[in-house]
Design a protein around this ligand. Structure first.
Ligand code: SF4
Ligand code: SF4
Length: 74
């Protein structure tokens, strides 16, 4: 597992926008790339997490989920 850089390239690969937990609040604030940027400022309701299938997760060997709630990958 590695720290994820907050880059435009990683943001483009982030699949959070297609996740059932990515709610209107997150969309309004254009939030994503939580594994690099840290927790959402929105109240997170866990409706599933698709980080496991995200290319950023494989690029950086991420093994957790719900970074929007728990904060950035260490
Ligand atoms: S691992 Fe999750 S939070 Fe990180 S870029 Fe992919 S979908 Fe977004
Ligand atoms: S971190 Fe996981 S649960 Fe949160 S929005 Fe991204 S894919 Fe969904």
């Amino acid at each position: 597992m590695a720290k994820v850089p907050d880059t435009k390239e990683n943001l483009m690969k982030c699949t959070c926008g297609a996740c059932p937990s990515h709610d209107q609040c997150m969309k309004d604030k254009m939030e994503g790339l939580f594994c690099a940027r840290g927790k959402s400022t929105c109240a997170v309701t866990r409706n599933g997490c698709i980080c496991g299938g995200c290319p950023v997760a494989s690029d950086y060997d991420l093994d957790k989920m719900y970074y929007c709630e728990t904060g950035a990958a260490e």
